[in-house]
Design a protein around this ligand. Structure first.
Ligand code: HEC
Length: 143
């Protein structure tokens, strides 16, 4: 059941991750209703929103607050496809978390560059596992 839901997700929302987009589900009534986002997909959406707000604060030169521990959940959140959590995923997630943390200790002159480094580390990982959302992630970059 869960596997079928994933296939359906892959064929409908292929923009989010484009790995399963050519697979056609055999039965699509019940499963459609039952689909839930994976823990990781939800975390990703939350990271997106949090960084959208952070970008606004940086542009408005407001106080940016502190690093949120919720980003650390990237090390444990359950993925739609658990096989995606391989050695390279661990390296990319570590680099990402370090770049996210460094935003909060960057000087006012460096904070934009550090923010863009963080966004680029989202993109670096996505190039290896899940290229669908890259155009959307690029919109976070501060020009
Ligand atoms: C270490 C690798 C990695 C990093 C770093 C990473 N992502 Fe992801 N992202 C993924 C994977 C894998 C998925 C698919 C998750 C799933 O389906 O369970 C995903 C899914 C997404 C999605 C789609 C979620 C959905 O609705 O299905 C968005 C949007 C996203 N990531 C944005 C971001 C943003 C923004 C960042 C940085 C702030 C980021 N990602 C950092 C690997 C990564």
């Amino acid at each position: 059941m869960r596997k079928l839901s994933i296939l359906i997700l892959g064929s409908i929302f292929f923009l989010s991750c484009d790995t399963a987009k050519n697979e056609t589900p055999k039965n699509n009534e019940e499963e459609l209703v039952m689909y839930e986002f994976s823990e990781m997909a939800l975390l990703m959406e939350e990271m997106y929103k949090t960084n959208e707000e952070l970008k606004k604060k940086i542009l408005n030169k407001e106080a940016i607050g502190d690093f949120s521990d919720k980003f650390l959940n990237i090390h444990s959140a359950v993925l739609t496809n658990p096989k995606d959590r391989d050695a390279s995923f661990e390296i990319f997630s570590k680099a990402f978390v370090e770049n996210q943390q460094a935003i909060f200790s960057a000087s006012p002159e460096e904070v934009r560059d550090q923010f863009n480094l963080m966004v680029n580390s989202c993109i670096a990982c996505h190039k290896t596992t899940c290229s669908g959302p890259i155009p959307r992630i690029k919109k976070l970059l501060i020009k």
